[in-house]
Write a protein that binds this ligand. Structure first.
Ligand code: PLP
Length: 387
């Protein structure tokens, strides 16, 4: 996404900070995603937790994606936004009784279960409500996603999923239950995965796990390989759509499917990250020890990724055309030293009032905004509103 002069002129009339969404880029991304998946007949679910902005969700829904939810409220949001219940899946290590009841009453497609205890509780509640339930067992495949340790989920030490050593009790639990049917196996090894050999390794593990189920005569209909495809935070202008072609080709090449099996994907970041920017203003510039502090009106309350997992976001000063550069620590106004977007970043000489764009913030940005310090985040702006 590249901000036009017209968009910048419009931003200048608005209060900051706010999120800006480029709907055209979102559509371009969805075009590429859905056409590449279609080649292999793969089913797509959008991971709601990446972004639940209504305009964004409406656009995604138009492309026929299902919903991957990790809380009861996300399930409800998906239903309210017109995602068909039979295309909604519900994952998460800690589903509360109320969330389970609501999802059962909404007749969602499938619960992605993360422990035997959870399966027993779902069974008990479903019995009470007289419901039948599809479940997929989320398996921890012990595959390294080669990503930041805070967003790695498929290793033995992570809290997610059921270990293979416990799979016998999963099968026993389903056999003993009158309500549960095991329709699928589910995996999600992490996020911002750029080393695609991690996905090849996942496929190899899935093939072994499929053999295990086959040897126990358990028929699996759905193989859900999760999401996690990374995006290019360093070159967001020149590389604005993730390489879905290469991504799906890996699964097509390495996954050994049994006849009739469906493959499901749950993508979040790669769908929405590049279409969103956080727009902010420079409040003050002050001299520090070795750099200058560029103090923005946006902070960790609007975009916490840099503070939460040392994430890099490209930062542009949209206002200035100055040739001279200075070295800045780009910081927010929040009363925490960790409220820093970037350290020792070279940017054109910047001054109070300049408009700053923090790029690739469409995923895990607005959804993680908080009310800390009682800060105000202004309503989002959309590219198609600016004529
Ligand atoms: C977060 C999550 C996803 C989406 O991950 P991305 O990295 O945003 O693609 C998919 N599946 C599950 C179970 C998740 O928790």
């Amino acid at each position: 996404m590249i901000i036009s002069q017209k968009q910048l002129a419009h931003f200048s009339t608005l209060k900051t900070p706010f999120y800006f969404y480029d709907i055209t880029l979102l559509e371009k991304t969805l075009d590429s995603l859905t056409s590449e998946a279609k080649k292999y007949g793969y089913s797509l679910h959008y991971a709601f937790k990446a972004n639940v902005n209504d305009r964004v969700l409406n656009t995604i829904r138009k492309y026929g994606m299902g919903a991957d939810c990790v809380s009861g409220n996300e399930v409800q949001k998906a239903i309210d936004m017109g995602f068909p219940a039979n295309e909604v899946v519900f994952a998460g290590v800690g589903k509360s009784d109320d969330e389970i009841i609501a999802a059962l009453n909404n007749d969602i497609f499938c619960f992605n279960c993360e422990s035997v205890q959870e399966m027993e509780v779902i069974d008990e509640i479903a019995n009470r409500l007289n419901k039948k339930v599809n479940i997929a067992v989320r398996i921890n495949p012990n595959v390294d996603a080669n990503t930041h340790k805070h967003i790695s989920t498929g290793l033995k030490e992570n809290k997610f999923g059921v270990k293979m050593e416990e799979m016998e009790s999963v099968v026993d639990c389903v056999k003993a239950s009158k309500t549960l049917s095991l329709v699928g196996i589910h995996f999600h090894i992490g996020s911002q995965i750029t080393d695609l050999t991690s996905y090849k390794n996942l496929c190899v593990r899935v093939n072994q796990i499929q053999d295990w189920f086959e040897s126990r005569h358990v028929k699996i209909e759905v193989v859900n390989v999760g999401g996690g495809l990374g995006i290019d935070y360093y070159n967001p202008e020149s590389n604005d759509v993730a390489d879905f072609k290469q991504y799906f080709a890996i699964f097509n090449e390495f996954l050994q499917l049994r006849s009739g099996q469906q493959v499901h994907f749950e993508l979040g970041r790669s769908v929405v990250a590049q279409c969103g920017s956080l727009i902010s203003r420079v409040l003050f510039v002050k001299k520090g020890e070795n750099t200058s502090f560029m103090i923005l009106d946006a902070g960790m309350t609007e975009l916490i990724r840099p503070m939460l997992y040392q994430a890099y976001h490209k930062i542009n000063n949209l206002t200035t055309t100055a040739k001279e550069i200075d070295t800045y620590d780009v910081v927010g106004p929040i009363c925490e030293s960790t409220d820093t977007f970037a350290k020792a970043l070279e940017l054109p000489i910047s001054k109070r009032g300049d408009i700053i764009e923090i790029k690739s913030a469409g995923a895990y940005g607005e959804v993680m905004a908080s009310n800390y310090n009682l800060k105000t985040l202004h309503s989002a702006i959309y590219s198609d509103e600016i004529k």
